[in-house]
Every structure is written in structure tokens, then in C-alpha cells.
Write a protein that binds this ligand. Structure first.
Ligand code: DGJ
Length: 730
């Protein structure tokens, strides 16, 4: 045979061998729009043959060619559903183990699968895999949230070998996607500079996003990403996978473009310093990986995640939130009962629901008068608060606001009675210098006694003060010198820490299911859906400069819904109070200002704005969010929220460039309205003494017009932020 013919013949053979054979089994994990299809071949090898739009006829999944767009795979495992290391695999594994007898290889064959309908359009598929030679099993779980188009995947690992097995790597998922090109958007930053996006074209090899920080794991980058397939996506067009790992500790997201130019995505706990010793007969469950596929761009992907999060993940995601006044930037550590009492009244005057007392209220032998002492000693400081917290709770309530409190329960100051009493409760290495992060150390939450201590402190507070209305749970240090005085397996520590934290939060949530709790980590150092199972809201950043916040909130909004974003009006930055308020309204508004220093018009504006917010908040919290104009590519940033009935929308536009003539020079096209409905547009948050120029009692527009031609909110250097309410006229 001539060479060219031989090549074609071989290619034909290879292609044939990739097709489904008659006896193959297909497992389709389907949402309304999406399908992930697993094929089990005659050797019981499970591979992914499709991740993308759901086919109309499920029977046709069997016709999908096996391994992506190009065929040759030496191992037959490039598209493994959960790639085991050590045998014939050549690429990045999902799981790598050392068996009790020292054998470093794993083979995973399909055993069976089952599908179970849970409540409310949620379908759970379990795929059982087993090593043919060892009593070692992996179960893959896929929870399909059909209406929300989100798939949640995790694995559980179990064995009955004679001794412990070491899990070297144990990813949550192992996706496989063929496309021409892959554009990864990931986010990075630092304190007060969270969530800067970067888009990169993935090339052959592996790109790893990870954290080794332990506690404040997302300080440099979060475990959330977007991958656009074939070409870069925009808000409305393009194929996009949005993914996020539900884990509050060290993570690793590996993106491997394989030798066939197909993309493998392996998200999970970071294997760094975390070879996990698993005793016989016990289960190891990985955190879950959440993803959604959209062929309607990034906007479609984020709206799916938002709907899912509100309905299925965040406590009271479809419920209420409290507006609040926080004293952190108003007083820092310098307060007493008298000052606080005045602030309660200020909160009431402003019109918020709750006063939140921040850091500095505790510690007696080592008073918490700055950030060098006192963490761990959670007793009221008798000089600042001689009558205790109970008195403050009542005082706030009699002023007409609820009372909430700041805690940093996982941490300890070297100068604290807790550290003196329990040095073995602290994470630190023997024979090494102690390193501090914000002058503090981390408690060992892998130790059940420490878990009890942390649970006890929150539980005591809530038992003594049953009307305490809110907790802000902070976490300001990373883990240095990771070492536990009590954990028998040091390399389990990073993982056991997070499990310990979740156990505490689980217990608290069981007893206090409706308590509003803010997830804070020196800003946005811990924003993930693992922690957000327990918290009603998160603190995106300590940077509350409203101009910066437009960018920060914009980027979080790819993954997290507005109802969970705590946006506070503070004195950071140079923007006027209207601009700061408008930006904060794009989520859950709060304040961290000295109310008594507001001018009369500023106070009047803020009081009115809070009343307006109360009227429109459900549209922002529960509506679909559309990002209309990006601050990265326009003079203005613009985003809107539309309610389910499409009869109400709230639309925010801000000037983000102050150059000559910068502004909304052309109409901005609205999205998400009903083209057949007729709407009127009214400006909100008009500053006292100014006129809108937009408000007209007669002008109306069809949804079709507003979405095709658009509307100019008239943002310019004199009107730097504009909030418009779009309401159906019946
Ligand atoms: C860091 C938080 O992000 C701030 O809001 C504040 O609570 C301080 N910690 C208090 O120490």
C-alpha cells in the first residue's frame, strides 16, 4: 500500500474504533439546555463523549464519535471521565493513589449507575467505578439542576484495603471538551484589589490556577473561571463554560490542552502538601465543582449561576436581607458605649435595619485596641463596654435598629489568653519561627476541641443574646508553617481544616438556620460556594471606593448574585455620595460612614435612597442581571436587573472615565425586557436640588424599541451616575 493510502486506512481504522459500539452504554446528565454524556465501552471504560447542547433525541448520543474532533489517543483515556494515574494514562490525572501494598497505580472500571429524581427539577446521577484488582471504589456524583442549567459534580472515594491508602490527588471533576480554541478568563488580585480579569488563549500543555494559602484562600485568585470555546465570547454570544469550585481551602484548577487539542478541565482540592491518608472503610468526599454551559455568552452563564445560587445554595437566597450601618471605618477600634449609642441613633435616622459592631469590642488582659492583641478572647472589654453586649443589643433595639456583631473565630493573637492557655490549638511548626499575617495566627480547626470552642463562642453569644441579628465572620490570616499539634496525619491538615470549619458552620446553621451572616476575609479572600452554603452574603473587598467597586462587583457578578454582595457606602475614594450610593445599590446596600458628618442634603438624599431601595430591592436581588456596557471598554459601565414578570427593571449607569466629553454619547441597548410590552422610564436617586431631565410623565417606549435602539441615560461629567427604573405601563 502506498504511504498516503496506508495513512488514510489507519485514520479510518482509528476513527472506526472511536465510534460507539452496539453494546456501549450511554449515561446522559441533562439539564434543560445542556448534556454531559458518558460512554461505557465493552471494556467498561468510562469516557466523556459530549459536553454541550442537549440533543433532542437522547438515542443519538450513541452516534457521537468518541474522542473529540481528532481521533488518535494512545491510551484511550484522554477523555476519561475520571482519569486514574499510574497505569496507561499519559496526561494530568484526576485521581492518583498509593495502595496499602505500595502499588502506585489505579484502574477504574464502570460497575453500574443509578439516577434519582430529587425535588424541584433536580436529578442526581451516581456512576460507580471500581479498580478490578483492588477493593478501591470511586463514585461520581452529578447533580443536574435542570431548570437552572447548572451541573454540580463531586466524587467519593472509598476502599477496604488492609491498611490506609494514600490519596495523592483527588479532583472533583474531570471535564473533556473539544473545540477549535479555548479562551480562559480567570481573576486575580490582592487585598483591596480583588477580581481583576485576564483572558488568555490556552495552548497545548497545562495552565494551573491555584491557592496554597490555606484559610484566606482566594486572596490572590478565586476558584472561579470562564472558558469560551472556539472564539472569545461576549455577554450575549459565544459558547461559554462558567465553573467554580465549592471549596474554601487550597484548590487547583488545571486546564490541559491535550495532544489532540481537546480541553481537559480538572478542578479540585490542591494536591500540594495534601497527600491524604484514607483509612479502610471510610469515605472521602471531594468538594463539588459547579458549572454551567451557555451558548448565549457570558451573560447567559452568569444568569444561570445566579438563579441556581439563589434557589439552591445561598441561605435565604430568595428571602430578605437587612440594610446596615457598620462602625469599622467610622471608629476603627476607638469606641465606647456612649459613642455606640449615638451611632445606633444615627443608624435609625439614616433608615437602616441594623447596626453592626465591628472589630475591637473584646479582650481584657490583652485588650483589642489595635490589631496586635486580643483575638481569641471573646469577652467584652470592660473599659469600652462595661455593661456588656446584652446592654448594647437592648440599647440598639430601643433606638430602633437591630444589633449585629463582628467575629473572627478561626484566629488567635499571640498576645491573648487563649494562646497562653492553649498553645497546642494553634497552627505552627515546631523548631520554626512563628510567622504572623496581620499579627495573628490561625487556630487548628482540624482539632475537634477547637471546633467545639469556635462553635461554643458563637452559640454562647446567640444564647445570651437571642435577638442578636447578624454576624460578620472575618478571616484575616493565611496559614503559615502549617502544622497541627494533634492531627496524626500532617498532610491531611489543609483538608481537615476546611472540613472542621464546615462542621462548625453546619452545627451553627442547624441551630440558627435564618441568622444573617456575612462571609468576610479581610475583603474578598474567601468568596466561594463552599462557604456560601452557610452565609447569606459576602464582603467583596475592603476597597469601597465606588469607582473601584464598579469593576470589582462587575467581576464577581459573573458568578455570584447581587443579593449576596455586601456593598457599603463609605468615605473611600473621591466620588460624591450619590455615586457611592448608586454603586452600593447594585447589591445589598450598607453604610460605613459617620452619619453625623453628612451635610443636610447628603443625609436627606441617603434617607430617600434607602426608602427607594426598599421599594426596588427585590428586582435587584431576584431579577436577572444583564451587563450592558463594560467599564473595561467604555466610558460608562452599565448593568440592569429585570424581574421575572418583565414588568419592572432597575438600570444603573456610571461614568468610569473623566476625560473630556466622556459619557454615554449614544443610547445603550437594554436587555431582558419583553419586546411586546410598553415601558416608562423614571430616574431614581435624584440628588436634592437637581433635576432629572429624563423624567417625563408621558413618554413611553416598547420593549422592542428599548432593546433595538436603546435609551441614553445621559451620563456625563456632570451626571456621573444615573439609576433608572423601567416599568411596564399597562
Ligand atoms: C477586615 C475586614 O475586611 C474589615 O471590614 C474589618 O472588619 C476589619 N477586618 C476588622 O479588623
Amino acid at each position: 500500500m502506498k504511504r498516503a493510502y496506508l495513512f488514510l486506512f489507519l485514520l479510518f481504522q482509528i476513527t472506526l474504533s472511536m465510534q460507539a459500539a452496539p453494546g456501549d452504554t450511554h449515561i446522559a446528565i441533562e439539564t434543560q439546555q445542556t448534556a454531559l454524556v458518558i460512554r461505557i465501552d465493552k471494556d467498561q471504560t468510562p469516557t466523556i463523549v459530549h459536553l454541550g447542547p442537549r440533543l433532542h433525541k437522547a438515542a443519538e448520543y450513541a452516534a457521537i464519535p468518541g474522542n473529540g474532533k481528532r481521533g488518535e489517543d494512545y491510551t484511550g483515556l484522554y477523555n476519561s471521565v475520571y482519569t486514574p494515574a499510574g497505569g496507561r494514562n499519559l496526561l494530568e490525572p484526576a485521581i492518583q493513589v498509593t495502595h496499602a501494598d505500595g502499588n502506585p497505580s489505579l484502574d477504574l472500571k464502570y460497575v453500574r449507575h443509578e439516577t434519582q429524581s430529587l425535588a424541584d427539577g433536580v436529578v442526581l446521577t451516581k456512576v460507580y467505578l471500581k479498580d478490578p484488582q483492588y477493593p478501591f471504589e470511586v463514585t461520581l456524583y452529578y447533580k443536574a439542576y435542570q431548570k437552572e442549567d447548572v451541573i454540580e459534580q463531586w466524587s467519593s472515594i472509598r476502599h477496604t484495603e488492609k491498611k490506609s491508602v494514600t490519596l495523592q490527588k483527588y479532583a472533583s471533576a474531570n471535564l473533556y471538551i473539544p473545540a477549535q480554541n479555548y479562551y480562559l478568563t480567570h481573576f486575580h488580585g490582592d487585598w483591596a484589589n480583588e477580581m481583576n480579569p485576564s483572558e488568555v488563549l490556552l495552548t497545548e500543555g497545562i495552565k494551573v490556577l491555584d491557592s496554597k494559602l490555606g484559610t484566606r484562600a482566594d486572596l490572590f485568585q478565586p476558584p472561579s473561571f470562564l472558558v469560551a470555546l472556539n472564539q472569545p465570547a461576549d455577554e450575549d454570544q459565544g459558547e461559554v463554560i462558567a465553573g467554580t469550585l465549592s471549596w474554601s481551602g487550597n484548590y487547583q484548577l488545571a486546564f490541559e490542552v491535550d495532544p489532540l487539542h481537546n480541553l481537559r478541565i480538572l478542578p479540585g482540592i490542591n494536591p500540594y502538601a495534601s497527600a491524604y491518608t484514607l483509612a479502610p472503610g471510610t469515605d472521602f468526599t471531594t468538594p463539588s465543582f459547579l458549572f454551567t454551559y451557555s451558548n448565549k455568552g457570558k451573560g447567559g452563564a452568569s444568569r444561570s449561576l445566579h438563579r441556581w445560587a439563589r434557589k439552591h445554595r445561598i441561605p435565604q437566597g430568595q428571602g430578605n436581607r437587612l440594610t446596615l450601618l457598620n462602625n469599622w471605618e467610622a471608629t476603627y477600634f476607638d469606641f465606647n458605649e456612649e459613642k455606640l449609642s449615638a451611632l445606633f441613633k444615627d443608624g435609625k435616622k439614616l433608615g437602616v435595619d441594623l447596626f453592626l459592631l465591628d472589630d475591637g469590642w473584646f479582650g481584657n488582659k490583652y485588650p483589642r485596641n489595635d490589631d496586635h492583641a486580643g483575638l481569641g478572647d471573646w469577652q467584652e472589654n470592660v473599659k469600652k463596654l462595661p455593661h456588656g453586649l446584652g446592654y448594647l443589643v437592648k440599647d440598639a433595639e430601643s433606638a430602633g435598629v437591630k444589633f449585629g456583631i463582628w467575629l473572627e473565630p478561626e484566629m488567635v493573637s499571640p498576645k491573648s489568653e487563649l494562646y497562653e492557655k492553649h498553645p497546642d490549638w494553634v497552627l505552627k511548626l515546631p523548631n520554626r519561627q512563628e510567622y504572623y499575617f496581620r499579627n495573628q495566627l490561625v487556630l487548628d480547626l482540624s482539632n475537634p476541641k477547637v471546633q467545639d470552642f469556635v462553635y461554643g463562642l458563637v452559640n454562647d453569644l446567640l444564647t445570651k443574646n437571642p435577638t442578636l441579628g447578624y454576624i460578620k465572620w472575618d478571616c484575616n490570616a493565611v496559614v503559615y508553617n502549617a502544622y497541627s499539634a494533634t492531627n496524626p496525619n500532617q498532610s491531611n491538615l489543609y483538608v481537615d481544616y476546611v472540613h472542621g470549619l464546615y462542621k462548625v458552620l453546619e452545627r451553627l446553621r442547624a441551630k440558627y438556620p435564618t441568622l444573617p451572616m456575612m462571609l468576610c476575609s479581610g475583603g474578598g479572600g474567601r468568596v466561594d460556594y463552599g462557604a456560601l452554603q452557610y452565609f447569606t452574603e459576602y464582603w467583596p473587598s475592603d476597597n469601597t471606593d465606588a469607582l473601584e467597586r464598579i469593576f470589582i462587583q462587575w467581576n464577581y457578578s459573573y458568578f455570584f448574585p447581587a443579593i449576596a454582595s455586601c456593598n457599603h457606602v463609605t468615605d473611600w475614594g473621591k466620588q460624591p455620595i450619590k455615586f457611592r450610593t448608586d454603586v452600593a445599590m447594585m447589591g445589598k446596600i450598607g453604610y460605613d460612614i459617620v452619619v453625623s458628618k453628612l451635610s443636610e442634603p447628603e443625609l436627606q438624599f441617603s434617607q430617600e435612597a434607602l426608602k427607594t431601595y426598599d421599594r426596588i430591592k427585590t428586582v435587584i436581588w431576584q431579577g436577572d442581571q444583564y451587563r450592558l456596557a463594560s467599564p473595561y471598554t467604555n466610558d460608562v459601565a452599565s448593568a440592569m436587573f429585570v424581574n421575572e414578570g418583565q414588568d419592572r427593571a432597575v438600570w444603573f449607569t456610571y461614568l468610569v472615565n473623566s476625560r473630556y466629553k466622556a459619557g454615554s454619547v449614544a443610547p445603550i441597548k437594554l436587555k431582558g425586557l419583553n419586546p411586546e410590552k410598553t415601558y416608562k422610564i423614571q430616574e431614581l436617586n435624584v440628588y436634592p436640588g437637581t433635576k432629572s431631565g429624563i423624567n417625563s410623565s408621558t413618554a413611553t417606549y416598547s420593549g422592542n424599541y428599548l432593546m433595538t435602539i436603546g435609551f441614553n441615560p445621559q451620563v456625563d461629567t456632570r451626571r456621573t451616575s444615573v439609576v433608572l427604573e423601567v416599568t411596564e405601563v399597562k
